[in-house]
Design a protein around this ligand. Structure first.
Ligand code: MEV
Length: 309
């Protein structure tokens, strides 16, 4: 029996833009997904047992993507499941919300579980590459930021390129955040493809927004490293407006963002693929975190209290 795990994540700046080579900032969160991988004595194929908790309908909606992800990863790891049977069980504390990196965390956990079961001893860089291959089933043409955060943890600066740039960012101390869940399971692949289509259709409009997002993330990095949280929050608000402009937010996400800001969060934005899934509010201090989380819960949303950095 092999075991593995992978962190959940929150994108603080520039989801979607990152797919097109603009830098982004993400943080792993403390919650992780686990996988147990068992080689069976007879039979063939992969049997998936999904014991993760989260948004209703998530596992069913993602089942085909998950199967494809596992097949892609097994091929890359040289595990031939047409000649051998594998049992893969997913569990752990990370809820299956869209936007929280559940699919990437699952890919990383399974890759580590397989490496453990077959005594491959794969290093993190290889696990990250294999998880990226799995992520392609969920996101089509992913940037790689989600699997990177899921593999290494911490706060990361990520720029996609022929050779991805991955830098670890340091901040003075962890900061409280609230992740509000819309309860809507989103299809990242479709949303990512939609941005590409509109970018081609409206090149002037999109190149202006992309340029602004690129300028913003450099300033945001500095504000994070200076631990100037008011400014970080202000930039998150601006980033949300840019994401709205490329049409990846939704009414419910905007509603959650408003609740967070109305209750004192210096910044709030959608996070991840959008059109459902989660948003993130920066809520330094336990009191503010609790106030914002409770305001969301009062309106019937699920709110996750965690930290970045
Ligand atoms: C999804 O968590 C983040 C996106 O930017 C897709 C990607 O980077 O692969 C929407």
């Amino acid at each position: 029996m092999g075991k593995g795990s992978g962190y959940g994540k929150v994108i603080l700046f520039n989801e979607h833009f990152v797919v097109h080579g603009i830098p982004a900032v993400a943080s792993a969160i403390r919650l992780a997904t686990d996988a147990i991988v068992k080689r069976l004595d007879s039979g063939s194929g992969i049997t998936i047992h999904d014991e993760r908790m989260g948004t209703e309908g998530y596992s069913e909606a993602k089942r085909e993507h998950q199967r494809e992800a596992l097949e892609r990863m097994m091929r890359m790891m040289g595990v031939n499941t047409s000649k051998m049977a594998l049992d893969v069980t997913g569990g752990g504390e990370l809820p299956t919300f869209s936007g929280i990196g559940a699919s990437a965390a699952n890919c990383v956990a399974v890759a580590r579980g397989v490496s453990d079961e077959f005594g491959m001893g794969l290093p993190d860089d290889r696990i990250n590459e294999i998880a990226y291959e799995g992520e392609r089933a969920f996101a089509g043409n992913p940037s790689g930021i989600d699997n990177t955060a899921a593999t290494y943890g911490g706060l990361v600066w990520f720029k996609r390129g022929e050779q991805n740039v991955i830098e670890r960012l340091k901040i003075k101390q962890p900061v409280e955040i609230v992740m509000g869940n819309t309860g809507v399971v989103a299809n990242t692949k479709e949303v990512v493809a939609g941005v590409r289509e509109r970018k081609e259709k409206y090149p002037d409009k999109y190149s202006k927004i992309f340029k602004e997002a690129e300028e913003l993330v450099h300033r945001a990095r500095k504000a994070l490293e200076d631990f100037d949280l008011e400014t970080v929050g202000e930039y998150m608000n601006q980033n949300h407006a840019q994401l709205q402009a490329i049409e990846v937010s939704s009414e419910v996400l905007n509603r959650l963002v408003d609740i967070a800001r109305d209750h004192g969060a210096p910044g709030a934005k959608m996070t991840g693929g959008g059109r459902g899934g989660c948003m993130v509010a920066l809520t330094p201090g336990k009191d503010l975190q609790e106030t914002v989380a409770q305001a969301m819960e009062k309106e019937g949303f699920v709110a996750l209290r965690t930290t970045i950095g």
